[in-house]
Design a protein around this ligand. Structure first.
Ligand SMILES: Cc1ncc(COP(=O)(O)O)c(C=O)c1O
Ligand SMILES: N[C@@H](CCCC[NH3+])C(=O)O
Length: 437
């Protein structure tokens, strides 16, 4: 008898497969076997998918620097995969820096971001000789310069507000005026920062940075940003006689969360953004800068799957609620951004038709929803296991201990084996962190 195999893709990782008998595998490893070994809720991360995406970026933009945005998801395993794939790393906290450095991620390939880096973070960044620090305020310039020892010059980029906004929801659009990131060209703040950095003998300005927002599925705003940023680089050249060699266009590349969702087309992005940079630079007689891009979600997102156990199925007046053993503490995105997900029953076949249900979490909050109005088999019952797609980015990294819930572990799958890379938080972790009464 042949067992029908559906190749998954869409929002699922490159090696995810579903069979009609209910078997689901990632990298040839059964997800139910992972559940039996490590319990639920649990994040699975497909190492092959991460590596394939890292390679796709390097192949599409061979002369650019690809700096993975660690905020999407970072653990020591992830940092070592990215390092071995030759990527650079965008970090925005001492914690991300520490995890990356703990596996020997080269400091020279680390870019340190943040709108309010603490003095301690700046100190660590300089002490560890990170490749570049992205200046995000005028206040930061003298604070940073004072930390740089004699005989050393810290390379910096300046984050400029491109005044181009894009992204899934207002909460993740960061390229416009009147938000906390970057320096405004319109107010003269960006120009002032350039002059101040150029006057600091211990700082070396190597380029400009911008970031539009996140979960952007159209190339057009990136093309516009590329042209605008080349104009700003030309402005620096005209005013100060310095042709800055680098242009960092940030991240924000969108992925599909559900079948049929659009996502950013990487090849179109590469071709059109490269053309926009080259054409505009040629038009202004400016040397073409080297591009850096900082994709986070587009590298980690589809590599992740969250597995939950169903605790109860409750029929309400309108909706049927399927409650699982996780929720907004492992996935706050529906509550924060109204994000929608693809959910599948795994581990058994169902011959019942689907009905629309709302998958909710176990937290003490009405907005604790994982997936609203999703089709799932009508005979779903407690004990069933559900898989939620595309949870590799901004899930583990945004997890909380709300209701004093233990954060789930991360299990990596690679070379046909599953291994624990981040352990499950324990009740002892939660009680021992309190040090006084
Ligand atoms: C400066 C910067 N770079 C890169 C990213 C990564 O974004 P994404 O995961 O959407 O690619 C972000 C977050 O939006 C960011 O703020
Ligand atoms: N946390 C957001 C993305 C923010 C990107 C960081 N600037 C999300 O889950 O979609």
């Amino acid at each position: 008898m042949t067992v029908m195999t559906e190749t998954a893709h869409g929002p699922w990782s490159a090696t995810t497969r579903f069979r009609h008998d209910g078997t689901a595998t990632v990298g040839n490893v059964s997800l139910m076997e992972i559940v039996h070994r490590f319990g639920t809720p649990l994040y699975v991360i497909d190492e092959t998918d991460v590596r394939l995406r890292a390679r796709a970026y390097r192949a599409a933009l061979p002369s650019a620097e690809i700096a993975y945005a660690a905020k999407a998801f970072l653990c020591r395993a992830m940092a070592s995969w990215l390092s071995s794939e030759g990527l650079s790393l965008d970090v925005c906290s001492a914690g991300e820096l520490a995890v990356a450095r703990s596996v020997g991620f080269p400091a020279s390939k680390i870019i340190f971001h943040g709108n309010a880096k603490t003095p301690h973070e700046l100190h660590l960044a300089v002490e560890q000789r990170v490749g570049r620090i992205v200046v995000d305020s005028v206040d930061e310039i003298h604070r940073l310069a004072a930390l740089v020892p004699a005989g050393y010059r810290q390379k910096v980029l300046i984050r400029v507000i491109p005044d181009i906004e894009a992204g899934e929801s207002a909460a993740v659009r960061t390229g416009g005026e009147n938000q906390k990131f970057g320096l405004s060209v319109a107010t003269g703040g960006a120009g002032d920062a350039v002059s101040r950095v150029l006057r600091q003998p211990r700082l070396q300005l190597v380029g400009l940075h911008c970031h539009l927002g996140s979960q952007i599925t159209s190339v057009e705003p990136f093309e516009r940003a590329a042209r605008a940023m080349i104009e700003h680089l030309a402005g620096v050249w005209k005013t100060h006689g310095v042709a800055l060699p680098q242009l960092d266009l940030g991240g924000g590349h969108g992925i599909a969360y559900r079948p049929g969702d659009s996502r950013l087309n990487l090849d179109a992005f590469a071709a059109r953004v490269t053309d926009a940079v080259e054409e505009r630079a040629a038009g202004l007689g400016l040397p073409v800068p080297r591009l850096t891009i900082e994709p986070g979600r587009a590298i980690a997102g589809t590599a992740g799957v969250t597995l939950y156990r169903v605790i109860s199925v409750k029929k309400g007046l309108g909706h049927t609620y399927v409650a699982v053993d996780g929720g907004m503490s492992d996935n706050p995105r529906p509550a924060l951004y109204g994000s929608r997900y693809e959910v599948k029953l795994i581990g058994r076949a169902s011959h019942e038709g689907d009905r629309e249900v709302t998958v909710v979490g176990h937290h003490c909050e009405a907005g604790d929803v994982i997936a609203e109005d999703v089709p799932l088999p009508a005979d779903l019952h407690p004990g069933d296991v559900l898989a939620v797609a595309a949870t590799g980015a901004y899930h583990h990294s945004m997890a909380s201990t709300y209701n004093l819930t233990c954060r789930p572990p991360v299990v990596a799958v690679g070379q046909s084996k599953a291994r624990l890379v981040v352990r499950r938080e324990s009740l002892e972790d939660l009680t021992r962190r309190d040090v006084g009464l």
